[in-house]
Design a protein around this ligand. Structure first.
Ligand SMILES: Nc1nc2c(ncn2[C@@H]2O[C@H](COP(=O)(O)OP(=O)(O)OP(=O)(O)O)[C@@H](O)[C@H]2O)c(=O)[nH]1
Length: 330
């Protein structure tokens, strides 16, 4: 599957729209029966050819919550399909339910292959509805739980744990896409200037409110579907920019700086500026096979340090890891 889908934290929040169920079955009578049974609980999409299924699964915007798959639809290599399904990050967010004959061995095999459930044919509409409702309810609970464990409680942006997961997945994706012109990853480490003095002056609750407003402004600014804003710790945020050219990183940094300036948060205790400002370290990389992700973080961190040392309220030049690599090998 060509396209990669890693949900933004906001997408992990409980969905407000109906869940989407993709039904892959060549039998039109079964399709009609399923569509009628599930229509009140889900948006139902019918797929009757294998090519259509691949197109749906490959397209992140069309992502489904559940794939209801007739065993014979895949024919010879059902086991291989299920294995690829589990390994592929693009399908990780979608539950797999197999349908087939009323046969214990087939059901055991389906569950062993990683399907969430097995529906026996001929389908009993009430049983089918009950099973799918239960699956969707569990799914929603898991999504809520995942949202809690991946979101920073104070600022509601991604937390450090999700950042690590996200960056590692993007890094691997870029490593797989050798030759792709847009496989560069930008990383901006942003730190509020003299935030200790802000806290000392206004108190911790005001400091917390300030962090919330800045986080919202960053998130509003880095808003491409695959951009990620995360709280790295304390008053430091990380902004990940997948599929970006090196020149784009500074453009985003400039916008982030403007967005924080536009908040016009007074900071009378600051020795450098009368309003709250950000310092940012910028790094960019086209990851080579085998290259460690830690280098990108280190580069952005060091660049942040130099932006602070140069007087704050500024961003560094973008550190291109290819240049660092060639300097190291000289
Ligand atoms: N209100 C509030 N403050 C926090 C939170 N997390 C970290 N801080 C504060 O952020 C401040 C960070 O201080 P420093 O690391 O010394 O840096 P700074 O004052 O921002 O100075 P520079 O980074 O050098 O510009 C400390 O006072 C922390 O207590 C939080 O969740 N809420």
């Amino acid at each position: 599957m060509a396209l990669y889908r890693f949900p933004d934290v906001a997408l992990l929040m409980p969905a407000l729209s109906l869940p989407r169920i993709l039904i892959a079955d060549e039998n039109l009578a079964v399709q009609a029966q399923l569509a009628e049974t599930l229509a009140s609980d889900a948006e139902v999409i019918s797929v009757v050819r294998r090519g259509q299924l691949a197109a749906w699964l490959d397209h992140p915007a069309l992502a489904a919550d559940v794939l209801l798959l007739e065993r014979d639809f895949i024919r010879q290599d059902l086991d291989g399909f299920c294995r690829r399904w589990q390994q592929n990050p693009a399908s990780r967010g979608c539950d797999l339910v197999l349908m087939g004959e009323a046969d214990d061995d087939a059901e055991i095999q389906a569950l062993a292959m990683g399907a969430q459930d097995y529906l026996r044919k001929p389908l009993n509409p009430l049983l089918l509805q009950a099973r799918i409702k239960r699956l969707l309810a569990v799914r929603q609970q898991l999504q809520q739980l995942r949202a809690q464990t991946t979101t920073d409680g104070l600022t509601q942006v991604a937390n450090r744990r999700y950042l690590d997961e996200f960056l590692a997945a993007e890094w691997r994706r870029a490593q797989r896409q050798q030759g792709d012109s847009l496989r560069g990853i930008g990383l901006i480490m942003a730190d509020l200037d003299h935030f200790k003095l802000y806290n000392d002056h206004y108190g911790h609750p005001a400091g917390d409110e300030c962090l919330r407003r800045v986080a919202a402004a960053l998130k509003h600014t880095a808003r491409r579907p695959r951009d990620l804003v995360a709280r790295y710790g304390g008053e430091e945020f990380a902004v990940v920019l997948p599929s970006i050219a090196v020149a784009g990183v500074e453009v985003v940094a400039q916008r982030l700086q403007q967005a924080v300036a536009a908040l016009e948060i007074a900071h009378p205790a600051s020795p450098t500026h009368s309003r709250l400002t950000l310092s940012m370290g910028l790094a960019w990389c086209e990851p080579a096979p085998g290259e460690a992700l830690g280098l990108l973080l280190e580069a952005a961190d060091e660049a942040l340090y130099s932006a602070k040392a140069a007087g704050r309220n500024r961003y560094s030049a973008t550190v291109d890891l290819a240049v660092v690599r060639s300097l190291l090998s000289d």
